[in-house]
Design a protein around this ligand. Structure first.
Ligand code: UTP
Length: 302
């Protein structure tokens, strides 16, 4: 009799952060600057995302960059002249902040020369990732700092294998903005089995109100599927389409996220994010909140 020994699932150690989109919703700001570099208070959005990956124990971060990649690479690199100037002024606080972004993690870069969609951006990570499971964090999507969403998704992957997406319940009018999942309950309150995925469905045909938000833990088998995935909605190679195929085999689960998520690639959400983050900052709130209250009182009713 052969003893069946289960292969341990390899640990998730790599994060892939796609940041090569055109960011057309934010033009003209994004003409020469990636939208992921737009600041939320005083840090670019993508730094919060990299900090989240590092916080979840991922110590190898691959950024998928595009046309205007330099500002991203510079941001996560040492800035010797600036550091010397701050040291000469004995401005240790700012020096710490400047150094922090270059010491966060081992950063790697790969270029997506043609922005052919999120699925294509993820496929650009195949050589770096190899045969391990990996996390994908969209560079313009922020999760409340300190929320354990990604750690939970990694735990679900370790337990069940396959791929895991983050799902958030959205109002019916908004399902057409997201990838949308057909789900079945599991024995875990916050985990669903995904039976189908549809990219940006019309409200009438959406399988549920569970929208896929910008966090994924993918099995490396997604690369083989992506290689054969034709351009879908918007002429782009969609990650959702590849995950749909894996969902058809029962290999995709969703973690139901009930926390706060901020889409900084959209102007309305960007403005709200900036106000919320500023209002929560100890160094800014005491002055900012009273000003905001007065400002709102002065606004004419609409
Ligand atoms: P979005 O669809 O929000 O990005 O992609 P976009 O196309 O840049 O935005 P708009 O609609 O024109 O304003 C989600 C994430 O996937 C990345 C984006 O940078 C963003 O982080 N992405 C998208 C790529 O890296 N490559 C692509 O080809 C497309």
């Amino acid at each position: 009799m052969v003893n069946h020994v289960e292969e341990p699932t390899p640990a998730v150690t790599k994060a892939v952060v796609p940041a090569a989109g055109l960011g057309t919703r934010f033009l003209p700001a994004t003409k020469a600057t990636p939208k992921e570099m737009l600041p939320v208070v005083d840090k670019p959005a993508i730094q919060y995302v990299v900090e989240e990956a590092v916080g979840a124990g991922l110590d190898d971060v691959l950024l998928i960059t595009g046309r205007s990649k330099r500002s991203i690479e510079d941001h996560f690199d040492r800035a010797y002249e600036l550091e010397e100037a701050l040291a000469a002024k004995e401005d240790w606080g700012k020096l710490d902040q400047v150094r922090k972004s270059s010491e966060l993690s081992t950063m790697h870069y790969v270029r997506q020369t043609d922005p052919r969609g999120l699925g294509h951006a993820v496929l650009c990570a195949a050589r770096h990732v190899g045969h391990e499971p990996f996390a994908v964090l969209l560079g313009d999507d922020l999760i409340e700092p300190g929320d354990p969403l990604l750690a939970r998704m990694i735990e679900v992957r370790q337990r069940f294998g396959g791929s895991v997406v983050a799902l958030m319940e959205v109002p019916p009018a908004e399902v057409s903005l997201y990838g949308c999942a057909a789900v079945e309950a599991t024995s875990e309150d916050d985990v669903a089995l995904i039976t189908d995925l549809v990219e940006k469905p019309a409200r009438e045909v959406a399988p549920s109100r569970w929208a896929v938000i910008g966090r994924y833990v993918c099995d490396p088998s997604v690369f083989d599927v992506l290689r054969d995935t034709p351009p879908g909605r918007g002429g782009e190679i969609q990650l959702t389409d590849a995950l749909k195929e894996l969902a058809g085999k029962g290999e995709v689960r969703g973690v139901l996220f009930r926390g706060r998520r901020y889409d900084t690639g959209n102007k309305q959400e960007y403005l709200r994010t900036m106000v919320e983050f500023a209002a929560k900052r100890e160094d800014l709130a005491a002055e900012f909140i009273p000003w905001l209250r007065t400002f709102l009182r002065q606004l004419p009713e609409t």
